[in-house]
Design a protein around this ligand. Structure first.
Ligand SMILES: C[S@@+](CC[C@H](N)C(=O)[O-])C[C@H]1O[C@@H](n2cnc3c(N)ncnc32)[C@H](O)[C@@H]1O
Ligand SMILES: [Zn+2]
Length: 412
């Protein structure tokens, strides 16, 4: 259903709820005035407002602009983008105003008030020739774009909660070598608080470890891999991050059964010892499954199936960092730190140790991250910080070596 075009200015437009005009990136958009919907201090106003808008997600949208611009530069042609869960339209409007060489954007929302507001925001920014606003269920919209020549270069799935209900149609709506971006805010399942919900939604078991946010990214990436593989499509994870209350994965897809087979080989488990914190990856179809910890002999627990492959592509991250230097986002400094951390950890081993957790286990004082990195490197191990946790260290040192070096650093 397409509604009539709205041509009102911001001053003329009257939302039937308290609203205000804000500036984000290069655009000015009308959004709900969140204070008006906060009845108690603990209320989560974005989901109480009649149209969803969350100012905390500005960083998510900024990073998306950078990632999509990086993608466009790498493919070197005009691109099309779909934002099928658009809310106020802010995401699609920003993509249209801020990304170079975009030929077409489709934004849509099932909610009528969101659709109306998104239309207004597209028009008030003068972007109606570039952005089409639809009032459709996301899966219907994406399925209608699942045929050759109708597909998009990029689909951005940014729901409230889990993106899984939309992933199948999102993958089908992507052309070969297209980019899927997906946000997940359901961290309680993904980080192991609600195990059954995670197994149900993502087809993998989570684990409440110190590195559960990385496992969350790997569970979502694994879920995308399985969904794509069913359609003979492979995936390459070019970027991912865990920020604020969500995780986000950027997966470039590639058509072909061989690519799908190669991707499936990256699926597996992380086995973990809750006694000494030893952990190791296990490929999905490997014959062995570690039951006892090789370091301390305790029983191992596990997470998965999940994605064991790379979760950042250094070349893609570098392109994003170059784009970030050209922008003046409110979050540019934070993004620059995020990208430089990610560049360092791109080639480092999967999973990280949180120093405080080991100190707690050893009932020892807590050393600084810098001191731990130094002692690990001085002892011949690789060691880098991680964006996932400001107290985390990625290293190839075995768990008992990490414990011993921590003891040494605090007693020196
Ligand atoms: C988290 S909000 C989107 C926020 C937006 N992407 C942004 O950056 O501000 C999720 C939106 O999805 C819409 N929605 C929920 N279920 C939908 C469905 N099945 N099809 C289309 N839109 C849907 C909701 O109305 C809501 O506006
Ligand atoms: Zn152990």
């Amino acid at each position: 259903m397409k509604a009539e075009a709205i041509t009102m200015s911001d001053a003329e437009f009257k939302a039937d709820f308290p609203s205000e005009t804000i500036q984000e990136g290069k655009v000015r958009v009308i959004v709900p005035r969140l204070e008006a919907f906060k009845k108690q201090p603990a209320d989560y106003a974005p989901s109480k407002a009649p149209v969803f808008y969350n100012p905390v997600m500005e960083l998510n949208r900024d990073v998306s602009v950078l990632a999509f611009q990086a993608y466009q530069r790498l493919v070197g042609r005009e691109i099309s983008i779909c934002d099928p869960l658009t809310g106020s339209g802010i995401r699609g409007v920003r993509f249209a105003a801020e990304i170079h060489d975009v030929k077409r954007i489709v934004v849509s929302d099932i909610d009528k008030r969101s659709f109306n507001l998104a239309q207004q925001n597209v028009h008030s920014n003068g972007l109606q020739d570039l952005v089409t606003v639809e009032h459709k269920d996301a899966n219907c919209l994406l399925s209608c774009h699942g045929a050759p020549r109708k597909r998009f270069d990029i689909v951005d799935v940014d729901p409230f909660g889990s993106p899984v209900p939309y992933l199948d149609s999102a993958v089908r709506a992507l052309r070969n070598k297209g980019l899927l971006a997906a946000t997940a805010t359901d961290l309680a399942p993904l980080c192991g608080v609600h195990v059954k919900a995670c197994v149900r939604k993502y087809g993998g078991k989570p684990l409440r470890t110190d590195y559960c946010h990385e496992l969350a990214v790997r569970l979502l990436a694994g879920c995308i891999t399985k969904i794509a593989a069913k359609q003979d499509i492979g995936v390459h994870i070019v970027f991912s991050h865990s920020s604020d209350h969500y995780i986000r994965v950027y997966a470039q897809i590639g058509y072909g059964a061989k690519k799908a087979d190669a991707s499936v080989k990256n699926l597996g488990y992380v086995v973990h010892c809750f006694n000494c914190f030893h952990r190791e990856p296990e490929k999905m179809f490997s014959a062995r499954f570690l039951e006892k910890c090789p370091e301390c002999g305790s029983k191992m627990d596990w997470a998965g199936p999940l994605w064991l492959g790379k979760i950042f592509d250094p070349q893609f991250c570098e392109k994003m960092a170059q784009e970030n230097k050209r922008t003046a986002f409110r979050n540019s400094v934070r993004i620059s730190k995020l990208l430089s951390r990610v560049k360092d950890e791109a080639e480092a081993p999967a999973t990280y140790y949180v120093i405080d957790k080991i100190s707690n286990k050893l009932s020892s004082p807590v050393p600084s991250v810098a001191a731990m990195l130094k002692i690990l490197r001085d002892n011949g191990f690789g060691a880098v910080p991680t964006h996932f946790n400001s107290r985390g260290v990625r290293t190839n040192a075995p768990a008992l070596a990490v414990q011993n070096l921590l003891k040494a650093v605090v007693s020196s």
